[in-house]
Design a protein around this ligand. Structure first.
Ligand code: FAD
Length: 830
């Protein structure tokens, strides 16, 4: 098999070696700078609490697998997981509500979880001060991972299977030829390799630098202490299993005070996130010394007791027995934080076969390792890893300043109650469209995406709400779903359906694909025939080899060998750029290039039944269906500005996305604005857009579907062309999928009471049992009901009533066929 080098023998590197071995790989070398018996990275001192439940389905499933694997990882009759259960307590009403939401996630992702009373919390954890606890969330399958022990067992078993371990060996460089990795340089010589995976933990930034790869993580210190013996924990009669694993009670989170707890025999272990962020430069920590022990390792900094003072006070209040103890030992342990709190996994965009798996907790370690092994073996992970992708970050998000500021903010907020739409406070205004000044004048409310400022509604439209027809009047919402929302969205939606509205589309990813092999590249990667004549727009999909959906694209052919692609993410860009590189290598005379033009263009969508009236007042050109039909594109001048008109719509109305370059942006806005006033034009934001989009049944990559689903399941077959002759990635798998009956489908639902909102990721119940989960939801103003998309079993029929759980409350909803708005698409073709 191919030669693999894994850098780092922490919990991630050793798990990866194991996952590869179990898939038949041989020829694996693990290189570790420290001693193998205790390498000295974060794993060497991790207390190993595994709370599985997470808003992310992927991370929850990775945690679940880690639990299963560590439970089965045994030596001398003792496993590497102590399944004590996990308890998260609430001491405020807000936290109690948050635990209800978390209970929802657990159900959505298939983890047994129970909301329990303060009394029950006390029963599960007798030392707790019941008077300050309001209740809790108990997860029976959570517990303690014995990470250092698991690492040793995995080293032993993989070594027996032929994996070579080099200890006290520092990787100092990555060798490459023609864009491929060829090996690593170490202080003891070169090690050749066909594939290199960096599992270097918080040293990942330094390893990345060796190939000019920015790994967006920040090493931060985090306080952990052990108390002296707790009187009530002394001389306990505990069963032998618990005795061996040093703990009896559930692992515990007290998030209102940024604290967590576990037992170490008679001592209590306390972790604290409430202190100031303590950033560290991994390069300054130097090479691991020859000798590493419990108290001396590069990932362990001296304890700063003054930072722990509030934690100690709060802990003694929660556990009065701690008043009879002291801090026996404390340290500031280092591990990785990232701009969005997610792990950093995947192939380097700038070097083939160089991979990273970093910023991974013990909790997710085996799951991440399995995913990487699956990608290397089969070309995909069964559990979608797009939210972990190293390529998910925009260029601005890779700057050291951004990584430092946002990762520190993530540390501060790690246990905070955050709304799904909660914006970053800082840094803001990193990327603004040329319409930004005008948007401010109209009182835009901005949220941030990928560094961009994106308007969600405009206060200037507030007056319109009062004059809305009765059937368009916004309905009241609960406090949680009212956050980062305004009823003004109802007025903006009404204008879009009944007059005309203008949306800033600048934040959408736009790439140019050009060169003699542009057609070859797009034919090879997409599900549609893109050889139609210049002027055509094709909605198409990117699939993996297994028929799973990576993304959907709008491919506009501007010239024979020149396309513009509307895409979803920075990962789409990295994929297309890599594939273009490969394509060009086949025959240098037939090259193709992919260039990101998102920031060097700007775009306004003019949408609504009166859109044509607006453009007619500006331009003498022919805007008829004959001249510029639906899904076609044309370059022209408009009021003296060079623009490209794309006749397509995310909101299901007649109109154009009008693109120009930023220097003309403000002029384009003013031109449309003035011409639009007699026709009732308003500026509209993302809040209205989302509702209109769901009414039109348009699914979004990432939230509605992912690589885990094929287009038949996701209901996006409109973006595949069944009679496409040319071969493309995923074609045979897709054909096979077309002959299979899908087991699940993405379905549209409307909420029966016409007002109860949900926000996404809530569990869906059928006959009282969890049957799926919500992907997206928004109020459908023209159908006057909340609209929900959810994954449900295949046999769920239209008209069936199901229930969605929101803050422990069951909301009835009905399965409907979609799209709800203009199913014949008359408005698009008008
Ligand atoms: P590491 O264990 O750091 O392994 C990376 C290895 O790479 C190191 O051994 C290093 O020596 C080696 N290496 C790096 N660079 C090179 C090079 N150039 N050449 C050769 N070798 C190299 N997680 C949880 O899930 N639950 C918890 O309760 C928990 N508590 C924590 C408490 C503390 C105080 C800390 C600090 C962390 C905690 N974590 C917890 C996080 C967890 O410990 C880490 O995320 C995890 O151990 C990282 O594993 P890793 O294998 O990626 O990194």
């Amino acid at each position: 098999s191919q030669r693999v080098v894994i850098i780092g023998a922490g919990i991630v590197g050793t798990n990866l070696a194991d996952e590869l071995v179990s898939r038949g790989w041989s020829n694996i070398t693990v290189i570790e700078q420290g001693p193998l018996s205790m390498p000295g990275g974060s794993t060497s001192h991790a207390p190993g609490l595994v709370f599985q439940t997470n808003p992310s389905k992927t991370m929850t499933l990775f945690a679940k697998y880690t639990v299963e694997k560590f439970l089965a990882l045994e030596k001398d009759g003792q496993s590497c997981f102590n399944q004590l259960g996990g308890l998260e307590i609430a001491t405020t009403q807000e936290r109690m509500e948050e635990l209800k939401r978390k209970h929802g996630y657990a159900q959505s992702w298939g983890i047994e979880a129970n909301l329990i009373s303060a009394r029950e919390c006390h029963q599960k954890y007798p030392g707790l001060n019941e008077s300050i606890v309001l209740g809790g969330l108990h997860i029976p399958s959570d517990g303690l991972a014995l990470a250092a022990r698991a690492t040793q067992i995995l080293i032993e078993s993989t070594r027996n299977a032929g994996v070579k371990y080099l200890e006290h060996t520092l990787v100092t460089g990555i060798e490459q030829a023609s864009g491929h990795v060829t090996g690593v340089t170490t202080n003891k010589g070169s090690v050749p390799a066909d594939i290199v995976v960096s599992c270097a933990g918080f040293w990942g930034v330094e390893v990345g630098k060796m190939i000019g790869l920015k790994v967006p993580l920040l090493p931060l210190g985090h306080q952990y202490v052990k108390t002296t013996a707790v009187p009530s924990l002394k001389n306990r009669e505990v069963n032998s299993k618990i005795n061996a694993m040093n703990a009896e009670y559930p692992i515990l989170r007290y998030q209102d005070q940024d604290l967590y707890y576990r037992e170490h025999g008679e001592q209590m272990g306390i972790g604290y996130y409430g202190h100031r962020p303590m950033p560290v430069n991994a390069a300054d920590l130097g090479v691991t010394p020859e000798k590493v022990d419990e108290k001396h390792m590069p990932s362990r900094l001296d304890f700063t007791s003054e930072d722990f003072a509030p934690a100690w006070k709060a802990s003694q209040e929660l556990f009065p027995a701690l008043r009879e103890t002291e801090i026996a030992d404390g340290f500031n342990g280092i591990f990785s934080f990232t701009p969005d709190g997610g792990s950093v996994v995947g192939q380097a965009p700038n070097l083939d076969n160089f991979w990273v798996a970093e910023a991974v907790w013990v909790t997710h370690s085996a799951g991440v390792a399995r995913a990487v092994a699956e990608v290397l073996t089969e070309g995909r992970s069964k559990i979608d890893i797009s939210e972990l992708e190293i390529t998910r970050f925009e260029e601005i998000q890779l700057s050291p300043e951004y990584v430092s500021e946002t990762s520190q903010q993530n540390f501060v907020e790690i246990y905070d109650i955050l709304h799904p739409l909660e914006p970053k406070i800082n840094p803001r205004n990193l990327r603004v469209s040329p319409f930004n000044a005008r948007q401010h004048e109209l009182g835009a409310f901005f949220l941030e995406v990928g560094g961009w400022e994106r308007p969600h509604w405009y206060e200037a439209n507030a007056e319109l709400v009062k004059s809305l027809p009765e059937e368009w009047k916004p309905v009241d919402r609960d406090a949680w779903s009212s956050r980062f929302y305004s009823p003004i969205a109802a007025a903006e939606a009404w204008k879009t359906r009944n007059a005309v509205a203008m949306y800033d589309m600048t934040t959408f990813h736009r790439f140019e694909v050009f060169g003699p092999a542009a057609v070859d590249l797009l034919q090879r990667l997409t599900t549609s025939d893109i050889t139609r004549a210049p002027g055509a727009i094709t909605h198409t999909l990117l699939l993996n080899q297994h028929g799973g959906v990576l993304s959907d694209l709008f491919v506009s052919r501007l010239e024979e060998d020149f396309f513009q692609v509307g895409a979803n993410t920075a990962t789409d860009l990295a994929y297309l750029v890599r594939e273009a590189r490969h394509q060009s290598k086949l025959d240098p005379a037939r090259w193709v290039q992919v260039r990101d033009v998102t920031g060097s263009t700007c775009c306004l969508a003019l949408m609504g039944p009166r859109a044509r009236d607006v453009v007619r007042d500006i331009s003498p050109d022919d805007f008829s269906n004959k001249s510029l039909p639906y899904m076609s594109v044309r370059k022209q001048g408009m009021g003296g500005i060079p623009v490209t008109l794309f006749r397509k719509s995310f909101v299901g109305e007649h109109g154009w996305e009008i693109q120009t370059t930023p220097e003309f942006g403000q002029r384009l806005w003013d031109l449309l604005w003035q011409a639009g006033q007699p026709h009732g034009l308003v500026a509209a934001g993302r809040a209205a857009f989302n509702g209109l989009r769901l009414e039109k049944g348009i699914r979004f990559a990432g939230s509605d579907f992912s690589s885990e689903y094929n287009p038949y399941e996701a209901g996006i077959t409109y973006a595949i062309q069944r009679d496409k002759k040319a071969d493309y990635v995923g074609k045979s798998a897709l054909e096979a999928a077309s002959r299979r009956t899908p087991t699940k489908r993405l379905r549209c639902l409307t909420v029966d009471d016409g007002r109860s909102m949900v926000l996404g990721k809530e569990p869906v119940f059928r006959d009282g049992k969890v049957a799926g989960y919500v992907t997206n939801a928004a109020f459908g103003y023209s159908v006057r009901k909340p609209i929900v998309f959810a994954w449900l079993p295949k046999d769920v029929n239209d008209g069936e009533t199901i229930e969605i759980e929101y803050f422990s409350r069951k909301i009835k909803a009905t399965v409907v066929s979609d799209p709800l708005h203009d199913p014949q698409h008359r408005r698009l073709h008008d």
